[in-house]
Ligand binder design. Structure first.
Ligand code: SAM
Length: 215
């Protein structure tokens, strides 16, 4: 059974060739991506592909995002270590693990119970405990713990989910793909009082955000 230290060479190459080479500079983020064992978040049959430059199936019609997309979205959140972060779309839990190592606490919402359970098991195995995984429609956010310093959505919807904007703290950042079902634009939205400043971070392709404020 492969474990933590396996794939260390593949992981180093992933960080150098797919992430640093494409302009991600934050040393904390590069270090964490060097350390988190991505292969443990996929089925055993796919482990040898876990560090390749593309998303992979995690069952239930869902995917673990491409390593570079995880890095780009995390970088855009500008985490310093003190933040409370909300993630919509736990999926495999890989992005959750990266966030957990870079902020104070992560709340992560997943609509598919089986994926959330599996993610919980892997996160415990690698001793990440500053996370709360919950099951529900994350397009409505998680109002009980709002406001959040940063919110990341790892599934694409037709428009900016209003509850997520409302659950941002002052100065908080929301990183979210918005657009059509097959192609979206990645946005960073920063809250300044009642104003929301939008930045276009480029094209992307995500699975559907399914829910009241999604598809
Ligand atoms: N961050 C994940 C990872 O590293 O594995 C990638 C997740 S996958 C691209 C998107 C996830 O969003 C899927 O697991 C899907 O079930 C979930 N999802 C879609 N709509 C959702 C919703 N309304 N609330 C919560 N999760 C949702």
């Amino acid at each position: 059974m492969p474990d933590f230290n396996d794939y260390a060479v593949a992981r180093r190459r992933m960080v150098q060739e797919q992430i640093a080479a494409r302009g991600i500079r934050d040393p904390r983020l590069l270090q964490v991506m060097q350390e988190i064992p991505r292969h443990l978040f996929v089925d055993e049959a796919l482990m040898s592909q876990a560090y390749n430059d593309h998303p992979l199936s995690i069952g239930e019609g869902q995917t673990i995002s491409q390593p570079y997309m995880v890095a780009l979205m995390t970088d855009a959140l500008g985490l310093t270590g003190r933040e409370k972060v909300l993630e919509i779309g736990t999926g495999s839990g890989y992005q959750t693990a990266i966030l957990a190592r870079l902020c104070d606490w992560v709340y992560s919402v997943e609509r598919i119970l089986e994926l959330s359970r599996r993610a919980q098991r892997v996160l415990e195995k690698i001793k990440i405990f500053n996370v709360n995984l919950v099951v529900g429609d994350g397009s409505k956010g998680w109002p009980a713990e709002a406001p959040y310093d940063a919110i990341i959505v790892t599934a694409g919807g037709p428009s900016l989910p209003r509850p997520l904007l409302e659950q941002l703290a002052e100065g908080g950042r929301l990183v979210v793909p918005v657009g059509g079902r097959s192609l979206q634009t990645l946005y960073r939205v920063t809250r300044r009082g009642n104003q929301y400043v939008e930045e276009d971070l480029g094209g992307c392709r995500f699975v559907d955000l399914v829910g009241e404020y999604g598809w």
